[in-house]
Design a protein around this ligand. Structure first.
Ligand SMILES: *[C@@H]1O[C@H](CO)[C@@H](O)[C@H](O)[C@H]1NC(C)=O
Ligand SMILES: *[C@@H]1O[C@H](CO)[C@@H](O)[C@H](O)[C@H]1NC(C)=O
Ligand SMILES: *[C@@H]1O[C@H](CO)[C@@H](O)[C@H](O)[C@H]1NC(C)=O
Length: 262
């Protein structure tokens, strides 16, 4: 009896703080009930950067495209998490520089689930509202992140939700970035450019009128970026669908500049 109690207490203590998990560094994960019967899963990696407190570094949210691909699975293990698909540590993981929050969204993807199929989302608006609930729940569990700059990164379609979330959350500071690999045949760049141009949001005109600037690393052209308000679109050269994995040099430059950490 008392052993169980101790074990339970230890479990809750571990849940309340970071826990050693899979791969290097501290982590936390869990569910937020975003609606009755709808449960959304997140996996947080605290940065392994040499800082006195992890709150010195930004929080990056990674939203997988698809929609319906798992962020905690796909983005985490195949693109930018600390451990790759073979169980090896990834030398250029984003976690080295910042806190990274993977969210399985919409409900039904990855570990996120619903109690009844009637609770699935049907529109981008519904998906965005769930994400906002997830974020509210996350900040309740981790109030220390309230003052930490927040960046949402999306691959391809993920951006459609992110812009809505940005306007709904009205959290400052919050920036949204959407990537597109120039050789991406899953979500071809022209398609991404098109839906962004058509998207209805407050700073649309400013974005459309903005110049497209070159991204250069060591005098090599690695892509382009275009910013309006707190939204940036990145074109990543020599990259297919999974830009963080395909062109880490360009991506780490983008991260450093876009999030202004360290
Ligand atoms: C971490 O940073 C401190 C203070 O800047 C420095 O003294 C220490 O050598 C660093 N440790 C590592 C492993 O880089
Ligand atoms: C953009 O972010 C800044 C702070 O980073 C904030 O003051 C501003 O309201 C945001 N603008 C929009 C359109 O979200
Ligand atoms: C970079 O990508 C652009 C398209 O976005 C393309 O026009 C250009 O040729 C590419 N440059 C290199 C060096 O790959």
């Amino acid at each position: 009896m008392s052993i169980w109690l101790v074990a339970l207490l230890a479990l809750f203590a571990a849940l309340a703080h970071g826990k050693p998990g899979y791969g290097p560094g501290e982590q936390d994960w869990g569910y937020v009930d975003v609606r009755p019967g709808a449960h959304m899963f997140y996996w947080l990696y605290y940065t392994t950067a040499n800082v006195s407190s992890y709150t010195e570094r930004p929080l990056a949210i990674w939203l997988q495209g698809g929609p319906g691909a798992s962020s905690t699975g796909y983005g985490n293990f195949e693109e930018l998490g600390p451990v790759d698909l073979y169980g090896d540590w990834r030398s250029w993981t984003w976690v080295k520089d910042m806190n990274v929050l993977f969210i399985d969204n919409p409900v039904g993807s990855g570990f996120s689930y619903v109690d009844n199929t009637a609770y699935y989302t049907a529109t981008n608006k519904e998906i965005a509202l769930d994400l906002v609930e997830l974020m509210k729940g996350f900040y309740t569990l981790h109030p220390e992140f309230e003052e930490v700059p927040l960046h949402i990164f999306c691959e391809s379609y993920g951006g459609k939700m992110a812009l809505k979330v940005n306007e709904l959350l009205e959290k400052t500071p919050l920036k949204v970035g959407v990537f597109s690999g120039g050789l991406d045949l899953i979500c071809a760049t022209p398609g991404t450019v098109n839906w962004i141009a058509k998207l209805d949001w407050s700073r649309r005109d400013e974005y459309l009128a903005a110049p497209r600037n070159a991204i250069t690393v060591d005098r090599i052209l690695e892509g382009y970026q275009k910013t309006g308000g707190n939204f940036t679109m990145f074109w990543i050269n020599r990259s297919g669908h999974m830009a963080p994995a395909d062109n880490p040099a360009a991506m780490s430059h983008v991260l450093r500049e876009f999030t202004s950490f360290g």
